[in-house]
Design a protein around this ligand. Structure first.
Ligand code: SF4
Length: 224
């Protein structure tokens, strides 16, 4: 925990603790996220200074939110706490509806979980965007999962768009994988904590909309 610093986000939501008390699990996730952000920023600065490489990811570009996002139980819990605390009843209803639509789409798709062996079945082809995406922005941005916090590319945004629909070697986005590597220590700490009570971490990792429905106890959630 020595390298995990205090989170600005935790302070940001503390005002509401009387309504939805903070849990040790979500606080731990917030601390991990803060450290992940710091490590990612350091690596991005290094890439800029040493290699003159900077991400082409910009506000308003959300094509990666159409990818399959894997999260674990603790991240789902932190998301749920944020939603319960911050979303209005209408926003929760709309989120529930988008998540349900995603489940309907997922139940009827031909590919296998989480990705199909058939690349054409993996192209977006009508796949709904992440249910948390609202008007092109992440509605849970402060508590978005590690996968979302560490994904950066240095290629044209059109490559991300194209790769969601047609996978070819010429248009594969150029991901800044060193950012993921630089943050690995912290994602590992989250895994270690989840595994510390004997839980099999691989069974704790599922697609975001699945975990979201389970965490929110919506009636269409898959059973685990
Ligand atoms: S959690 Fe937010 S950033 Fe991540 S895929 Fe969903 S909308 Fe995009």
């Amino acid at each position: 925990m020595d390298q995990v610093k205090n989170s600005g986000f935790k302070k940001d939501v503390e005002d509401d603790t009387e309504i939805i008390p903070h849990t040790p699990e979500e606080d731990f996730v917030s601390l991990i996220y803060h450290s992940v952000d710091e490590a990612a920023d350091r690596e991005l600065l290094l890439l800029q200074n040493r290699n003159n490489i900077s991400p082409t990811c910009k506000r308003g570009c959300f094509e990666c939110c159409g990818q399959y996002i894997l999260i674990n139980r603790s991240e789902a819990h932190a998301l749920g706490q944020f939603i319960r605390r911050r979303f209005s009843a209408d926003e929760k209803d709309r989120l529930r509806s988008r998540t349900r639509q995603w489940h309907i789409w997922n139940d009827n798709r031909t590919g296998k979980y989480p990705l199909s062996a058939n690349p054409s079945a993996d192209s977006r082809n009508g796949r709904p965007f992440c249910p948390l995406l609202v008007d092109g922005s992440c509605s849970a941005y402060p508590i978005r999962p590690i996968t979302c916090r560490t994904h950066f590319v240095c290629s044209s945004p059109s490559f991300c768009r194209f790769s969601n629909n047609h996978k070819t070697a010429n248009t594969e986005p150029l991901a800044l994988t060193s950012v993921v590597a630089a943050t690995k220590l912290f994602s590992q700490r989250l895994k270690d904590r989840i595994s510390s009570n004997g839980t099999d971490f691989s069974l704790e990792t599922m697609l975001l909309p699945h975990w979201l429905a389970i965490e929110m106890r919506w009636d269409f959630a898959i059973s685990i």
